[in-house]
Design a protein around this ligand. Structure first.
Ligand SMILES: [Zn+2]
Length: 122
């Protein structure tokens, strides 16, 4: 699958299973509307836009919330749960049918407790 930000500067290719799509209720995912697909780095390739990415960090500063500095869209980032992996925003995939998805839920609002339970994408 391929996808990117809104202005088209940031483009990526990813291999993954959309059945693993997860929605998170934490403070930033709620505001961003991020739909997560977490993949190992070898399943992700940045095609363009490396120089247009900027990073927002907060709290534990583990997650690297990369976004396009031109259009502001968060197409993918490095998640706190799996800092060795890439978390793609399913909403940014080309031609995505959001109505056809059945996202799993992650209780990121209670992050520490939620990580002790079954983590849906693992
Ligand atoms: Zn952009």
């Amino acid at each position: 699958m391929e996808g990117g930000c809104h202005c088209g500067r940031v483009r990526f290719r990813v291999t993954g299973d959309l059945a693993q799509t997860t929605v998170c209720n934490c403070s930033i995912c709620t505001k961003k509307g991020f739909l997560h697909l977490i993949v190992p780095p070898e399943q992700f390739e940045l095609l363009s836009g490396a120089h247009d990415l900027t990073t927002y960090q907060f709290n534990t500063n583990t997650a690297k919330h990369t976004f396009c500095r031109v259009c502001g869209i968060h197409a993918f980032y490095v998640p706190r749960s799996d800092p060795g992996k890439i978390d793609v925003n399913v909403r940014c995939l080309d031609g995505i049918d959001l109505a056809g998805l059945a996202p799993k839920s992650f209780d990121g609002r209670n992050w520490e407790a939620a990580m002790q339970q079954h983590v849906p994408w693992r």
